[in-house]
Design a protein around this ligand. Structure first.
Ligand SMILES: NC(=O)c1ccc[n+]([C@@H]2O[C@H](COP(=O)([O-])OP(=O)(O)OC[C@H]3O[C@@H](n4cnc5c(N)ncnc54)[C@H](O)[C@@H]3O)[C@@H](O)[C@H]2O)c1
Length: 390
């Protein structure tokens, strides 16, 4: 049992979709057992005063501002979570880091490589900075189980891997244009900026850094209705398939990383499959409480089929990185993964995460930009590119 948990005052910049989700997650904190930190949401900044109103029902919030710099000047705020458009990341993240606040940033960690470089520089130049980046899907208990299985070495020498983040929110071809569909706000890497970190988090954490890659990028719906219904240019990549080569223990294996905003049949699916010479493992949020393993052990009762390969489905309960009061047999949900991600973030900040799975590191997030650069170059030149990771 820990000593009394230390209070951590949190400020949110950007009270939109994700800002509200995090505020809700923090309200679920009592579900965590024996956590070293006790977060309190005390301040919110949004340029749109109406967005602030949602937070007024949260009794711990004392500060409501339209200029985020007022939050950074508040000596009572310890940690800032920022969820704004990608073109705003660089300035806000750097200001936050230099203000001495700790930061849970949103992906893609700046709009491009140059922004990622500048943010990483600010971190290195700021003593005692602590920054992590949001990516919650690997906190599903089934994903943790699959990761543990891979790390155990049970699948043997890796043959191939696939990590994909797939949805169809743009399958509605008449959906109005918003900031996520415009290069100036979302970034040149398009869907990779939007969904890429979700798909790269686990491969990079496993040390699977591509040595070379080939990418196919698609802009499937070049025009969408603007505010007055007239078509406006939609100039971002909707789908990206990246085929890469990774070296592990002296062997090369292929990894496919797909991020798609138009994948008919998919709602919001993260999936990981890794196959090896001794077996395989697979997890998909489509079946959020199940992970599957392929084994080759013999079963004499099957007679002639005794030596066949078998996929087995294993149900996992609600428990993830940090234990909760939720009943063990209950399935997890999206809010649970957000809660776990914050638990990991604040635990790591407090030095108590241990060997548990943590949030994206700045290095990992920065590296994804270099991979996107290579992917963009690969698509443009129809070539195989070597990512610049210096
Ligand atoms: N981790 C995830 O699963 C996930 C999901 C969706 C989005 N995101 C990321 O979260 C970030 C925000 O996305 P969102 O969907 O919440 O966006 P959103 O458009 O719903 O919300 C953004 C908010 O920022 C506010 N804002 C704009 N300019 C501002 C400024 N100068 N100062 C303060 N506030 C300002 C807007 O008024 C809006 O309320 C992006 O980086 C996005 O990639 C992450």
């Amino acid at each position: 049992m820990n000593a009394t948990p230390s209070t951590v005052n949190v400020g949110i910049v950007g009270g939109g979709l994700m800002g509200r989700e995090i505020a809700a997650a923090l309200r679920r904190w009592p579900a965590l057992i024996d956590h070293p930190a006790q977060p309190r949401l005390t301040g919110v900044a949004d340029i749109n005063p109406e967005a602030l109103d949602w937070f007024r029902s949260i009794d711990t919030v004392q500060t409501f501002v339209t200029d985020y710099r007022e939050l950074l000047a508040d000596p009572n705020i310890d940690v800032v979570y920022i969820a704004v458009r990608h073109d705003l990341h660089e300035q806000m993240y750097i200001d936050t880091i230099r203000s001495g606040k700790h930061l849970l940033a949103e992906k893609p960690f700046g709009i491009d490589s140059a922004a990622g470089d500048a943010i990483l520089r600010a971190i290195r130049e700021t003593p005692d900075s602590f920054v992590r980046v949001s990516s919650e899907m690997p906190f599903f208990p089934g994903a943790q189980a699959a990761l543990g299985y891979i790390r155990s070495g049970a699948i043997g020498r890796v043959i191939e891997a696939r990590s994909a983040f797939l949805h169809s929110s743009d399958f509605d071809l008449a959906k109005p244009l918003n900031w996520k569909r415009q290069e100036k706000f979302n970034g040149k890497a398009g869907v990779m900026n939007d969904l890429g970190l979700h798909a790269w988090h686990v491969p990079l954490r496993l040390g699977w850094v591509p040595e070379r890659l080939y990418a196919v990028l698609q802009n499937l719906v070049p025009f969408r209705p603007g505010p007055d219904g007239q078509p406006l240019e939609c100039d971002t990549w909707e789908n990206a398939s990246v085929h890469a080569s990774v070296k592990q223990d002296g062997y090369d294996f292929p990894i496919t990383v797909e991020t798609k905003r138009i994948d008919p049949g998919e709602k919001n699916t993260w999936t990981l499959t890794v196959k090896g010479l001794d077996g395989a493992v697979s997890f998909s949020t489509k079946e959020p409480k199940t992970f599957r393993v392929l084994t080759r052990e013999t079963q004499p009762a099957l007679g002639a089929l005794a030596d066949e390969q078998r996929w087995q489905s294993i149900d996992v309960g609600s428990q993830s990185v940090w234990p909760t009061v939720t009943g063990g047999i209950f399935e997890t949900g999206f809010s649970d993964t957000i809660l776990q991600m914050w638990a990991a973030f604040l635990a790591e900040r407090a030095g108590s995460l241990g060997a548990r799975f943590g949030c994206v590191t700045p290095d990992e997030a920065w590296m994804t930009h270099r991979l996107y650069d290579a992917a963009l170059a690969s698509h443009e030149r129809q070539s195989v590119e070597v990512p610049n990771l210096d």
